[in-house]
Design a protein around this ligand. Structure first.
Ligand code: NDP
Ligand code: 2IT
Length: 451
């Protein structure tokens, strides 16, 4: 990067920090994109003139609201709900809803910012948004979750719509919550439209939406290996998380002949040296979606080690798939992975590796697929759920399986095109994804003039 680009980047980042004090996750996400984009746009005056990056890093609007609900003991509870509508240059705002006690403005702004580039990479017409609440679904009854979802949607419904903003699931929001949210939207608006994705198959859902994120994350690794003339067969893999993304990443890894030895949740991780096969995975899905309990139960059932309060990255492996949450791989853990022989990381979660960790992976020339490329399969099938809803038809599962595979291969290609390092055969997928994702959004914004 030229010295003048460095200076501009520093000034830009300082401005973002000044305008968004204390929002560390948002700063982190903006820095990661800006550090690649500044170099790319250095000789492209139009993007400077029109202040495109500055505009993308300022959400179109943010809605913050009180969510009041009654628990099973008759107590009145109050939470805070949000929707960050980051950018709709290339389509309606699109992105998940997260229910987790850690949810705050910084986390949702980083997620909405990332989503803008991710959605662009899918090639489908979707802008970027994200929402959620600091509500903790753990330990709540189904009725409490229903009442919370109904109250949350009672405000949110004014701000969303099939052509305006289409939310979906994320941490703490799965099939059960989407059902409650959609039911309340329908009741309030008297409209049956594709206003949410991840819906049940009985009410407008799409085949393979549940599997798409996890499968896509593994396809991205498969394509990176293929590009180097290698494959997945027999690879020892670490997976973190035990939710939607993690479980379907494990399913696809098993189908492709890899061996998954860890999964994790907020209580710790399990290390199963024999591999988490299809039968054991079915146990985990039941444990997490029906019984809603911790992974120590798995350790007791299958007599394997459970490490309370720890993350899996110190276990030797060939490949790693962080699929739980942001900043779950620190710089030291990145070094541990590299030194223990890991050759590839594909991020199922959003921003799971911190900035120094990313730099270690790139310096060590790992196959490293950043989240906005690696986990785009989920929102891609959400985009196709929107298409099916508009046309009032449901496509066949086989068609969607093929489309998901093609979309992930296309994202891989875009990363290669923009991430090829000059004078080397190394592909910097972070740079590739940031630049490819940026171009389409930026060019649409330029076309609209100053808005
Ligand atoms: P789920 O709620 O289904 O699962 C999340 C998993 O991660 C759970 O096992 C949870 O543990 C664990 N986890 C959550 N927070 C923490 C934490 N702070 N520390 C340790 N473990 C934690 O969510 P998803 O699988 O949907 O989402 C996982 C990641 O993937 C998120 O980063 C999300 O943004 C991203 N993502 C999701 C997509 C989707 O389609 N769902 C699409 C693209 C990205 P526990 O079981 O104990 O709660
Ligand atoms: O981070 C993500 O891409 C998601 N949580 C899925 C978004 C969506 O609209 O399907």
């Amino acid at each position: 990067m030229a010295v003048s680009d460095h200076v501009n980047l520093k000034k830009f980042v300082a401005g973002v920090k000044r305008r968004n004090p204390g929002e560390t996750e948002f700063h982190q996400a903006v820095f990661e994109v800006a550090s690649n984009v500044f170099e790319y746009i250095s000789d492209k005056e139009i993007y400077h003139q029109t202040q495109i990056l500055r505009r993308i890093a300022e959400p179109d609007r943010i809605i913050i609201f009180r969510v009041c609900w009654e628990d099973d003991n008759g107590n009145i509870r109050v939470n805070r709900g949000y929707r960050v509508q980051n950018n709709n240059a290339i389509g309606p705002y699109k992105g998940g809803i997260r229910f987790h006690p850690s949810v705050n403005l910084s986390i949702l702004k980083f997620l909405a910012f990332e989503q803008t580039f991710k959605n662009s990479l899918t090639g489908l017409p979707m802008g970027g948004g994200k929402g959620g609440a600091d509500f903790n679904p753990k330990g709540k009854s189904d009725n409490e979750v229903m009442r919370f979802c109904q109250s949350f949607m009672t405000e949110l419904h004014r701000h969303i719509g099939a052509d305006i903003d289409v939310p979906a699931g994320d941490i703490g929001v799965g099939a059960r919550e989407i059902g409650f949210l959609f039911g309340q939207y329908k009741r309030l608006s008297n409209r049956f439209t594709g206003v949410l994705t991840g819906k049940g198959m009985e009410f407008g859902g799409s085949p393979i939406r549940t599997e798409a994120t996890g499968y896509g994350t593994v396809y991205m690794m498969e394509d990176m290996l293929k590009h180097r003339g290698e494959n997945m067969d027999g690879r020892v893999c670490l997976v973190s998380g035990a939710g939607n993304v993690a479980t379907y990443a494990v399913e696809k890894l098993n189908q492709l002949g890899a061996k998954v030895v860890t999964m994790s949740d907020s209580s710790g991780f399990i290390y199963d040296k024999d591999g988490i096969d299809a039968e054991k995975l079915a146990y985990i899905i039941d444990l997490k979606t029906n019984r809603r309990e911790g992974l120590s139960e798995y350790a007791a059932e299958y007599k394997v080690d459970f490490f309370a309060g720890e993350r899996p990255w110190r276990i030797p492996c060939n490949l790693a798939f962080p699929c739980a949450t942001q900043n779950e791989i620190s710089a030291n853990e990145a070094l541990l992975l590299i030194n223990n022989g890991c050759i590839g990381v594909s991020e199922g979660a959003n921003m799971p590796t911190d900035q120094d960790g990313i730099e270690h992976f790139i310096a060590a020339k790992l196959l490293f697929a950043p989240s906005k490329a690696a986990n785009a399969g989920g929102v891609a099938i959400s985009g196709l759920e929107m298409s099916q809803n508009s046309a009032r038809i449901t496509w066949k599962e086989a068609e969607l399986q093929n489309l998901l595979r093609e979309i992930m291969a296309n994202i891989h290609e875009q990363c290669v095109t923009y991430g090829q390092q000059p004078g080397s055969d190394y592909i910097n997928y972070v740079k590739g994804a940031n630049i490819a994702g940026f171009i389409k959004v930026a060019d649409a914004m330029v076309a609209y003039g100053v808005v």
